[in-house]
Design a protein around this ligand. Structure first.
Ligand SMILES: C[S@@+](CC[C@H](N)C(=O)[O-])C[C@H]1O[C@@H](n2cnc3c(N)ncnc32)[C@H](O)[C@@H]1O
Length: 250
């Protein structure tokens, strides 16, 4: 659902995007469930009747949070999983972009990042935040690394591009089973999990990603989760782990 106020300057564009994504345009807050709404900071995902907080937003729309993540630099577990502490920036497909926190962090490290997402409301958040920065006179220095986002299922999109060698690395961050929690970041995760559902197709995404990535596939996992397939390398963070699958001969 997309809450579109008819007198909002963005209404025609929002209506078009809602139609493109198959999201129902509504003119009042629904009694129950997820909906997208626009305010002065852009598009947010909200959950009725829970009106507290400012909703979930794409990481591109949160410059302070993003600066914090990017400050982790090339020694962060995410950067090390891509080998960025040793090798130059690369072309990365984030095949499960979600709120684009990891994708934006990698772009901030100088990688050319394409964010792909199949959940329409989440894709709308990414597309809207991208458009706002594109149209802003003060885009961040790393913005040239941010590629147009893609609305698709990673499996069919990658299969259709078979052999085009467009990405050095492909990133997969499947949804962890996430209990409902109260603190802000964990609440965001619980919302994401409810909206996007379980990512049971992660093994299939990994299979096809391994055929397409020129250098490596990186899978984010819970620290104690069983790997989807035996990895070549692992990078461990506090609560998470990155399983790395190297492309033979790369
Ligand atoms: C845990 S979230 C990713 C969070 C993200 N790394 C971030 O930093 O915000 C997983 C996301 O992957 C998406 N997803 C899972 N499987 C997918 C697929 N086959 N194709 C496209 N998107 C997929 C889900 O819709 C969900 O939004």
């Amino acid at each position: 659902m997309w809450l579109i106020a008819p007198d909002d300057a963005h209404a025609p564009r929002d209506r078009q995007r809602a139609a493109d994504l198959g999201l129902e345009p509504v003119q009042r807050v629904p009694d129950q469930g997820f909906y997208l709404a626009r305010d002065e900071s852009g598009l947010a995902l909200r959950y009725a009747p829970d009106t507290a907080g400012s909703g979930l937003r794409c990481a591109l729309a949160d410059s302070a949070g993003l600066a914090n993540r990017q400050a982790g630099g090339r020694r962060s577990p995410l950067a090390r999983a891509f080998g960025l502490h040793r090798h130059p920036p690369m072309r990365i497909l984030d095949a499960t972009a979600g709120l684009a926190r990891d994708a934006a962090t990698l772009a901030g490290l100088g990688c050319d990042v394409t964010a792909l997402e199949r959940q329409p409301a989440l894709y709308a958040l990414i597309a809207d935040a991208t458009q706002r920065i594109d149209e802003s006179p003060s885009a961040p220095a790393w913005w040239p690394h941010w590629q147009p986002p893609v609305y698709a299922d990673a499996r069919s999109w990658l299969a259709a591009r078979s052999g085009d060698a467009a990405f050095d690395a492909i990133y997969i961050d499947p949804m962890f089973a996430s209990p409902r929690r109260k603190s802000a970041p964990q609440k965001a995760l619980a919302w994401l999990a409810e909206l996007a559902g379980a990512d049971d197709d992660a093994p299939e995404v990994l299979d096809i990603a391994r055929q397409q990535a020129m250098r490596r596939v990186v899978v984010k996992q819970h620290a104690r989760a069983t790997p989807i397939a035996p990895p070549d390398l692992q990078v461990r963070g506090r609560a998470i782990r990155f399983d790395i699958y190297l492309t033979p001969g790369a």
